[in-house]
Design a protein around this ligand. Structure first.
Ligand SMILES: [Zn+2]
Length: 388
């Protein structure tokens, strides 16, 4: 397939470390900031813009690659949930339904820019360590632009996700453990074979910075629709915090541009203590093991970008239980929103932060519903009632 090379936004001046603020030339730094890595304090780099437009008229002007054909990601619905707002005791409540993206999750916002960057540098194969939404999304976007794609997964991968990845023509490879996936990815990236979408370092940094930059658009869309008075708090189901950081950075960029006085508070929701423990003083580079059915936000690690996002937007972290998330998944489905279990955690996290007094009754809250429930695989325990 013959394509025009993606055009880099002329406002981009390089990549800036989110920890030490050093700026590096535009290139790929998959293991984060070289200076911080040298100090054994891994931290992501982020796309650095020398200025922002004075308005949100053209959202593309705020993005790293402004013009390129896509599958139509973004501009997802912001659905008011008035009954739930009343029940929980907040002034207003909406859910940003990222399940409405082309492959059913927020990952499409990242995949679009990963494949554009891969095209721009002439890479032929993109790759990710994923057992879920990220793998399906990258496979679809690679197929759309004619790139090869490899997804490194584990043998017990959900069959619905496996089917979609194989239908998109990507290669699936399995490793015995989730941790081993990162080593395989690291070896093939260092050999120059694959262009990675996801992290492979231990301790981890965020995913590919060109991809993570794509999550800023969620902040831009919420701001365009609600302004600032109608959004005081945002809750984000979180593991290694690509999405959390992207939304926080989007609002910080709006503040830098003079369009927002103060960003909303942005809160992480997690299935067991990781970010919350790091916020309480534990070393973010440690291991935080735990078990949960919320696999899209599982994993035993924390990234520096999670702490950076929460600090920049005066946020917090809520730890929730699987059982409560299951109840909230059902309640959201009864409101017409069938989301995956990890997405429903945003609502569970809101209940927790309201009960703790972190979120007050005058709050106007946005939940980020990260992914559709349709890919979730659950065996049925009772037959459908038979008629006729
Ligand atoms: Zn640094």
């Amino acid at each position: 397939m013959l394509r025009e090379l993606p055009r880099l936004n002329p406002r981009v001046i390089g990549l800036r470390c989110i920890r030490c603020r050093a700026v590096f030339p535009i290139a790929d730094y998959f293991e984060g900031c070289p200076i911080c890595l040298g100090q054994n304090m891994p931290a992501s780099l982020a796309i650095a813009y020398h200025e922002f437009p004075k308005s949100m008229t053209r959202l593309a002007d705020w993005q790293v690659y402004p013009d390129h054909p896509t599958l139509g990601e973004g501009n997802t619905p912001l659905v008011p949930l008035e009954g739930l707002a009343k029940e929980i005791g907040v002034r207003a409540l909406c859910l940003k339904n990222e399940g409405a993206n082309p492959t059913g999750s927020q990952k499409d916002r990242m995949s679009r820019f990963v494949v554009e960057r891969a095209l721009a540098i002439g890479a032929s194969t993109v790759a990710a360590a994923s057992s879920g939404n990220a793998g399906v999304s990258l496979a679809a976007y690679a197929a759309h632009v004619g790139l090869n794609c490899v997804i490194v997964t584990t043998p017990e991968m959900n069959p619905n996700w496996r089917r979609a990845i194989e239908m998109h023509g990507a290669t699936l490879l399995a490793t015995e453990t989730p941790e081993r996936r990162w080593q395989v990815l690291a070896d093939r990236v260092r050999a120059g074979d694959w262009y990675p979408a996801t992290n492979f370092s231990v301790p981890p940094v965020g995913s590919n910075p060109f991809g993570v930059d794509g999550y800023r658009s969620i902040a831009f869309e919420i701001f365009r629709e609600l302004g600032t008075s109608a959004c005081s708090d945002i809750l984000v189901p979180t593991s290694r915090a690509d999405l959390l950081w992207g939304i926080a950075r989007g609002y910080c960029d709006l503040q830098t541009a003079g369009l927002v006085e103060k960003p909303p508070r942005i809160h992480a929701v997690e299935p067991f203590g990781r970010i919350s423990k790091a916020l309480a003083g534990q070393d973010y580079r440690g291991s935080f093991p735990g078990h949960s059915a919320l696999i899209s936000i599982g994993g035993a690690t924390v990234t520096y970008q999670a702490l950076d996002a929460i600090a920049s937007c005066n946020g917090s972290a809520a730890v929730i239980k699987d059982k409560a998330a299951r109840d909230d998944q059902r309640q959201l489905a009864h409101c017409g929103l069938y989301l995956e279990l990890s997405s429903a955690a945003a609502l569970t996290g809101l209940r927790k932060l309201v009960s703790q007094g972190v979120i007050a009754s005058d709050a106007a809250v946005v939940l980020v519903g990260t992914a559709s429930g349709f890919s979730e695989f659950q065996p049925f325990t009772r037959p459908i009632a038979f008629v006729g």
